[in-house]
Design a protein around this ligand. Structure first.
Ligand code: SAM
Length: 333
């Protein structure tokens, strides 16, 4: 039987009744781009910690799949900096019951390995792209790879392997905000779901009101008739999605600052050093690597995670965007 087609109800529910079915795994804190809104040279309280070994990573994926996690997304840092990335996807799709396997990448290293990843069962793909203009792309990322990224997006879109290729765009006033309408029109003509992301205040990222544009203002800049898509499905996540009649693409907004979405949060995050995070904007972490290195069994680790989520304050109810500022490059966005 195909391990990925079995259906296992999640047994992870927090005290507010939120069911958790989605795990984002950061595979590295390293990145090949230097986007100022994300990366900072003095980032991260985690980076001095030792990373998980691959056997440890697989044991944790096994524990989470037993707990009913049905979607895993690999992120980073830049996950494709791991030379063993293809192997990690292969081991995950082959050995564990996780029907949805996603990747969030900046796309720079994607094209040569994309066919292989699709063949192994990668079925969700998000590519970050903050500008269609070479100079702006370079000034945001510190890198001149715009066309490499655009080629990877085209290849992914034409493969037909993904319901939509999701493109993540962090909108910053007077940096790329003038491109909102052009980017919307570019995406709508393809099977792309362009997600305009509100710029969030994270660790050392220079966030300020003067650079922030709320979703409502972004929508006003789009000179098109936006029709809401039914967003009630579990997979819609924090994005609010719109169609435009006559176009194959879609536009979405992820608005952690102006429209908090804690009530619908169904996710956990695992860092590359084995720390489990219940909320992006909470400092509290569970050190799963320590449990592994103490010799705990998969069952013990599963019980521990389940109890922490069911009874603890690990996932605090509905109050994100507090004082704590995460390091996105360490935690994985
Ligand atoms: N390197 C990969 C990439 O570029 O997609 C994965 C890691 S990156 C941290 C994941 C996502 O986090 C990116 O899509 C980026 O847009 C988002 N992100 C990082 N810092 C952010 C911030 N301050 N506000 C909003 N989104 C942010």
């Amino acid at each position: 039987m195909d391990k990925r087609s079995k259906s296992t109800p999640s047994s992870l529910t927090d005290p507010t009744g939120r069911r958790i079915s989605y795990l984002r795994i950061s595979l590295t804190e390293r990145c090949n781009l230097r986007c100022g809104y994300c990366y900072s040279p003095n980032t991260s309280d985690l980076s001095r910690n030792e990373p998980l070994t691959k056997p440890e990573l697989y044991r944790l994926i096994e524990a989470f799949s037993h707990l009913g996690i049905d979607k895993i997304r690999f992120t980073g840092g830049e996950p494709l900096l791991r030379s063993d990335f293809v192997e990690i996807v292969e081991q995950t799709t082959k050995n564990f019951h996780v029907p949805i396997i996603g990747l969030t990448t900046n796309g720079v290293l994607l094209k040569p390995i994309l066919p292989k990843l699709i063949g192994l069962g990668l079925n969700r793909l998000n590519i970050s792209l903050d500008s269609l203009i070479q100079e702006t792309f370079q000034s945001i990322t510190g890198c001149d790879s715009l066309h490499t990224v655009l080629d990877a997006i085209s290849m992914a879109e034409q493969s037909g392997a993904f319901p939509f290729v999701k493109v993540n765009t962090v909108v910053m006033k007077d940096i790329n905000s003038g491109e909102i309408n052009d980017m919307a029109r570019w995406a709508l003509q393809k099977k792309i779901d362009l997600r305009f992301i509100e710029y969030m205040p994270t660790q050392n990222n220079g966030w300020g009101e003067e650079r922030f544009i709320p979703e409502d203002e972004m929508r006003q800049r789009i000179e098109l008739d936006l029709i809401p898509v039914n967003n009630s499905g579990a997979s819609s996540g924090p994005a609010r999605t719109y169609q435009v009649p006559g176009y194959p693409g879609r536009l979405s907004f992820i608005s952690a600052v102006s429209h908090k979405f804690c009530r619908d949060c169904n996710r956990l995050r695992l860092t590359s050093t084995g720390q489990l995070i219940g909320c992006l904007f909470r400092e509290q972490k569970i050190d799963l690597k320590k449990l592994l290195r103490m010799g705990s069994s998969i069952e013990d680790i599963s019980d521990f995670i389940q109890n922490a989520i069911a009874y603890g304050q690990f996932r605090k109810p509905y109050d994100s965007m507090v004082d704590y500022r995460p390091s996105m490059v360490a935690v994985g966005g």
